[in-house]
Design a protein around this ligand. Structure first.
Ligand code: FES
Length: 169
């Protein structure tokens, strides 16, 4: 075998070297971009986990307001969003956790906020009213019941998840 067959010409050497270095540099530039684009898809959606809100022993048959925070992820930005819930135990001992967001135009409802209509949730914006279980009262503006939070009880603590329309929880 002649030695010439194994020789690499200067032109070939430059081609191999430049292709290798060019590919390495291109990968170095493209990989972070690909990862950046796919990151939100690959990561588990934030804000889906349940957060501890109260001790179950502290719940009464009278709705109480609990404030808490949930982690919210908007694409690459993560933040904490303040939330509230009206929580009580019904006559069967079941936990009812209602969103305070009025289903009319999104104002905040209060329990016993209207002295003329006791034992109801009241929305001061347009005088919307709801019964204790969150049902909208006919003849008032809200078109639907208050949303209910998904919940679980673990180690004596009440955890709340997402608030969903009646029938979905
Ligand atoms: S926003 Fe509640 S009644 Fe209109």
């Amino acid at each position: 075998m002649s030695e010439n067959k194994h020789r690499v010409s200067r032109r070939q050497f430059l081609n191999y070297t430049l292709t290798g270095v060019g590919g390495f540099m291109a990968a170095g530039i493209l990989m972070p971009m690909v990862r950046f684009a796919l990151d939100p898809i690959l990561k588990e959606e934030a804000g889906t986990e349940m957060v501890p809100v109260a001790q179950v022993k502290d719940l009464t048959t009278e709705p109480q307001r609990f404030d808490f925070k949930v982690k919210v992820k908007d694409a690459w930005y993560e933040s904490e969003e303040p939330k509230s819930a009206w929580v009580y135990k019904d006559e069967k001992g079941e936990v009812i956790a209602l969103s305070p967001i009025c289903t009319h135009l999104g104002c905040t409802v209060n329990w016993n906020g209207d002295k003329a209509h006791p034992n109801q949730f009241f929305c001061p914006c347009h005088f919307g009213r709801y019964t204790k279980d969150g049902t909208n009262i006919p003849g008032t503006p809200p078109p639907a019941p208050l949303h209910r939070y998904e919940y679980k009880v673990k180690d004596g603590k009440l955890y709340l998840g997402k608030a969903k329309p009646r029938g979905e929880v």
